[in-house]
Design a protein around this ligand. Structure first.
Ligand code: ADP
Ligand code: MG
Length: 646
């Protein structure tokens, strides 16, 4: 039960002269009620939803005379302007006369809170001790310093690393040096040493990682490693979908990054459908987002020159493309998802006024669940890493708006247990290494967090040495991504160029755009397919026929911000769910993209492989999962990350 009190107790504050509080921990929130000097009628910040908590830890005073122990909870509430701000809340366990007992009490609370955050079941009547928690997950962070507006490293350093340190995750960090670097790195990685690979960039870097995993001889095992994205790119489509899946309000920019980081701190994953795309040359790649032709791919690639604008580049690109609207003759064939009823949107299908062959199910906008109502989490782990103190250093060029550090008072508390001297190595928090357990904030002595972009590690990050890819052998950064050799067989597809088997539907004519989506979002603030869910096993085909007016097309994109475009009744807009499709452009020139990356122009075909990968999504908000996922058996259930490996 969400409101059931699990722990209740009285705490002081830091400094000790401050107010006293009654704390109550429930499965979904920490309730803070001021007791003295006088109870508050309307407590400010009295409800701390766990969805806004990154982690917690126990601290002790530097003064040997202080027998109290401290519980510090790291929270990211929304500020008055809507953006998240970091705030550490420190509570003083001081009911017992000696430190040992107070420490045990603070630790009991810290353990219970961490278990709730990570979905570790709390024992009914047993003692709550730190042994309940599994070992910390080991994450490989890959940062593309050129992602988005080039802020990926700054945002990573100022926001991501501090937060995942507070959450007690262990990580190694590598900055990519060039296109396809991430792909090469994961090909040489010893995967059993990691619990997840997380890209800090846009969607393109994760695309590289997934394709690198599927290019390994052991692809079947490799592709199961959980992958995640912390959005610092331009489009951030997958992050938009993760944000929605986690129950947060739609967000972009730094807010989206903080939301996704909070979700990642809590662990838990979802099955990730991958679309195997075969290009005209026979090359194969795996898409986790979308295949686009026409308006969408034109805007994506042609707005590359406005990269400095960040996500606004797509708005500008859209306006420019609308001014010179093109139609492209082509043919779209698809194998409908069957039975359509079980795979369709949850709401009653709203047929669009199209020909019968154009199966037109209008996705219903997903309800936005409250951010406070996360379901209990899946298992994950904790300990160590880099952390920043309240005065975490910032360079002159860094993002001017990071949350100010909390200030629970003068720097008189120290991490508990005290840390050994010496900073952890830059960008590398060796799993299990006590040296990487550095003091988090709340008035603690600042730990030595990263100050400059770390020198990219030449060898793939791993606790042990691994072979470094030969730079001379790396593909030219201008060349298209190499095709993937391995991966599952596309058993639904005849060879490209051969006739299609019975049961396929074919549409031919002029198109303004064709879009094959796996997740719901086209970019962080465009919900192309509101009812798409991770692991639904479907490719969602959307198209706009020629004959649409500029005004109608603009209206469609404006409505897409909230996923309301299917409700506009635009006769040129079509939608179908499929297992496979073939796209044959009947023009010589045009742009085709797979996950925002341009690929060779010509006919292509694709098949969805349900739940082939695992995506780190964090816990799912109640109500965000809709019917249609059961088709894929147990794999469709929530997937916790690692935790068991040593
Ligand atoms: P964005 O959303 O800003 O486009 P992406 O993550 O999609 O961000 O990355 C854009 C491109 O940058 C991808 O094609 C990726 O392969 C490439 N890339 C990754 N690392 C580097 C690097 N160090 N230098 C240049 N390009 C890189
Ligand atoms: Mg899907």
């Amino acid at each position: 039960m969400a409101g059931t009190p699990l722990l209740h107790g009285e705490f002081g504050s830091y400094p000790a002269r401050g107010p006293r509080f009654a704390l109550t921990l429930t499965p979904v929130a920490l309730h803070v009620q001021r007791l003295r000097p006088r109870p508050e009628a309307w407590p400010q910040g009295g409800l701390v939803p766990l969805a806004e908590v990154s982690g917690c830890r126990t601290l002790r005073s530097c003064s040997p005379n202080d027998s109290a122990a401290y519980l510090c909870v790291y929270t990211y509430p929304r500020g008055r302007r809507g953006g998240r701000r970091r705030a550490a809340r420190t509570f003083r366990a001081d009911r017992a006369p000696d430190y040992k007992e107070n420490h045990a009490e603070a630790q009991r609370w810290a353990t219970a809170l961490t278990c709730l955050l990570r979905g570790v079941p709390l024992p009914g009547d047993l003692e709550i001790t730190p042994e309940l928690l599994p070992r910390p997950p080991r994450l490989l962070l890959l940062v593309n310093p050129f992602g988005g507006r080039g802020l990926a490293w700054q945002w990573c350093k100022n926001h991501v690393l501090p937060m995942i340190s507070e959450a007690g995750l262990s990580f190694n960090l590598i900055q990519t040096e060039r296109q396809n670097h991430a792909r090469e790195l994961v090909q040489g990685l010893r995967l059993n040493e990691w619990d997840g690979i997380v890209t800090v960039s846009g969607d393109g870097l994760l695309y590289e990682v997934v394709n690198g995993l599927l290019d390994r001889p052991d692809w079947e095992e490799a592709v199961k490693i959980p992958v995640g994205v912390l959005p610092c790119g331009s489009g951030n489509a997958l992050a938009g979908a993760i944000n929605q899946h986690g129950g947060f309000e739609p967000a972009i920019g730094l807010d989206l990054l903080l939301n996704c980081s909070l979700l990642m701190c809590r662990g838990g994953g979802s099955p990730l459908d991958l679309l195997s795309v075969t290009l005209a040359s026979g090359a194969r790649c795996f898409s986790l987002l979308s295949v686009a032709w026409g308006f969408v791919s034109d805007v994506d690639i042609q707005s590359e020159r406005f990269r400095v604008l960040g996500p606004a580049r797509f708005t500008l690109g859209t306006v420019l493309r609308l001014a010179s609207l093109h139609v492209y003759p082509g043919r779209l064939s698809y194998l409908p998802a069957s039975p359509p009823a079980s795979n369709g949107p949850p709401a009653a299908p709203q047929p669009l006024p199209r020909a019968a062959s154009e199966l037109a199910l209008a996705p219903a906008p997903a309800s936005a669940p409250s951010p406070e109502t996360h379901s209990p989490l899946h298992r994950s782990v904790s300990d160590l890493p880099l952390a920043r103190g309240p005065d975490f250093p910032r360079g002159p060029q860094e993002d001017p708006s990071p949350s100010p550090p909390p200030s629970p008072g003068p720097c008189l508390l120290s991490p508990d247990p005290p840390l050994p001297p010496g900073p952890p190595s830059l960008g590398h928090s060796p799993p299990g290494s006590p040296a990487s357990q550095t003091g988090a904030s709340c008035g603690l002595p600042p730990s030595e967090g990263p100050r400059e972009p770390p020198a990219p590690m030449k060898a793939p990050a791993s606790p042990d040495t691994q072979t470094s890819p030969d730079p001379a052998a790396s593909p030219d950064s201008e060349s298209p991504a190499p095709g993937t050799l391995h991966g599952p067989k596309d058993d639904l597809l005849p060879p490209l160029g051969s006739p299609l088997p019975p049961g396929w539907v074919t549409l031919e004519g002029d198109f303004v755009l064709i879009l094959a989506q796996s997740p719901s979002h086209l970019c962080a603030d465009l919900v192309a397919v509101p009812n798409a869910r991770f692991g639904d096993g479907l490719v969602h085909l959307c198209w706009v026929r020629g004959g649409v007016s500029r005004a109608s097309l603009l209206r469609l994109f404006l409505a897409m911000e909230k996923g309301g475009h299917f409700g506009l009744g635009c006769p040129q807009l079509g939608y179908a769910t499929a297992r496979a499709f073939r796209l044959e452009p009947l023009t010589r020139h045009g742009i085709l993209t797979v996950d925002g990356e341009q690929v060779e122009y010509g006919p292509l075909q694709a098949q969805i492989h349900p739940g082939l990968g695992t995506l780190l999504t964090g816990p799912e908000a109640p109500g965000s999962q809709l019917a249609g996922g059961e088709a894929w058996g147990p794999k469709c259930g929530p997937v916790p990350w690692g935790g068991g490996k040593v």
